[in-house]
Design a protein around this ligand. Structure first.
Ligand SMILES: NC(=O)C1=CN([C@@H]2O[C@H](COP(=O)(O)OP(=O)(O)OC[C@H]3O[C@@H](n4cnc5c(N)ncnc54)[C@H](O)[C@@H]3O)[C@@H](O)[C@H]2O)C=CC1
Ligand SMILES: CC(C)CC(=O)C(=O)O
Ligand SMILES: [Mg+2]
Length: 371
């Protein structure tokens, strides 16, 4: 198989985690005789520095013509700490999502037996958690009209949703639920927001076409608690853009780290794959960020290419590192391994080097206890 992949490393830890995902994709390609061609493009603060814009036209063009996009993260403190900045890295990401019509962001959440000690409830009830968040990605408050009055004393962000925007992601979520445990939970704030009441109405209408799927409705404030307290109740969560953004970061806590969660953004054209975390500026260049969110996003990219066995091999390798204590600093702040070491271990595993072939002594040399 020959595929053209646009790689957008972005800012902060984006480059270092994305490089691990590319290592793993290279191992998959080598094993299977595939040819993955990478085209590196700019977006975010690094793009502003080099071109004056967070999303150069060349990046949009390359992304539109690619088979898939692998993305790291964008964002830099110099913009986060300047609320008056007119040009911002995040504008690039939002524009890319809109340009590619990536209306559905799919964020699977799982727990790992070896990381139970990190879970907030530290108990049996967090075993076997496995749900998927379908977050609407190109509408809602992030894309509404933004205004600041002349005096700088009043601001507004408009939140708009159309029936069509809700329907297209709802159908995807219902279809996914049919292939899983047949339960869909709409997370909204329909007791207060008109947009949420439209979401409820549309989902109730669409539910008639999926009679085998049980539908639940949950207010987002309650959902935020339930995700921690009783996450096993969820199968597919469907929600709007901002609520999905927030509850998915929250859900990462029950997995063990924000660095673990991958995502796929799909729509009408090329699909994009990215970890759910941001550019984690404090860790930039230290080789300590968890690359699993990025590597597992690459696994979702392989699924998208129809390479399901290979994708599962990558997931098996990621599980193997966690089970054997090959973890980054977010998981074990004392005995941890570097980002690049985890990437090597996983690509070695995918290349057919069984755990027995990997000499722990060599790995120990690359371990750090001093950062
Ligand atoms: N998709 C994207 O590109 C996103 C970009 N951002 C941007 O990222 C910048 C930083 O935002 P924050 O709110 O600090 O969010 P963040 O996701 O970058 O980091 C929040 C915290 O999560 C942990 N974390 C995140 N990724 C990790 C990883 N791979 N390994 C280990 N720990 C990890 C760290 O404790 C970190 O302090 C901002 O400029 C923000 O706008 C934020 C979210 C998503
Ligand atoms: C620019 C933000 C909306 C990025 C983010 O937090 C996300 O997509 O999860
Ligand atoms: Mg987010």
């Amino acid at each position: 198989m020959q595929k053209n992949i646009v790689v957008i490393e972005g800012d902060g830890i984006g480059p270092e985690v994305t490089r691990q995902a590319v290592k793993v994709l290279n191992a998959v390609a080598e094993q299977g005789g595939h040819e993955f061609n990478y085209h590196y493009c700019l977006m975010g603060a690094c793009a502003i520095d080099k071109t004056g814009t967070p999303l150069p036209d060349e990046t949009i063009e390359a992304a539109l013509n690619s088979d898939a996009i692998l993305f790291g993260a964008i964002g830099h403190p110099k913009y986060d700490n300047d609320p008056t900045a007119k040009v911002r890295p995040e504008q690039g990401l939002l524009k890319l999502r809109k340009s590619l019509q990536l209306f559905a962001n799919i964020r699977p959440v799982t727990t790992y037996p070896s990381l139970q000690h990190l879970s907030p409830l530290k108990g049996k009830i967090l075993e076997d958690v496995n749900f998927i968040i379908f977050r609407e990605l190109t509408g809602g408050i992030y894309f509404g009209k933004k205004e600041l009055n002349a005096e700088g004393t009043q601001a507004s962000d408009e939140c708009i949703y159309s029936r069509e925007e809700i329907e297209r992601i709802a159908h995807l979520a219902f279809k996914q639920a049919q292939q899983r445990r047949k339960k869909l939970t709409l997370v909204d704030k329909a007791n207060v927001l008109e947009t949420s009441r439209l979401w409820r109405k549309v989902v109730q209408d669409i539910a008639k076409q999926y009679p085998d799927v049980k539908v639940d409705f949950l207010f987002v404030d309650n959902a935020a608690m339930q995700i921690i307290l009783n996450p096993k109740q969820f199968d597919v969560i469907l929600t709007e853009n901002m609520f999905g953004d927030i509850i998915s970061d929250e859900a990462s806590v029950i997995s063990g780290s924000l660095g673990l969660l991958p995502s796929a953004s799909i729509g009408k054209g090329s699909a994009l794959f990215e970890p759910i975390h941001g550019s984690y500026p404090q860790a930039t260049g230290k080789d300590i960020a968890n690359p699993l969110g990025s590597i597992l996003s690459a696994a979702m990219l392989l699924d998208h290419f129809g390479l399901r066995t290979e994708a599962n091999k990558v997931r098996e390798a990621a599980n193997w590192t966690l089970q054997n204590g090959f973890v980054t600093k977010d998981i074990d702040p004392i005995n941890f391994y570097f980002t690049s070491t985890i990437g090597e271990l996983i690509s070695d595993y995918v290349s057919g080097k069984t755990p027995g072939d990997i000499h722990r002594d060599n790995i120990e040399l690359r371990k750090s206890t001093i950062i």
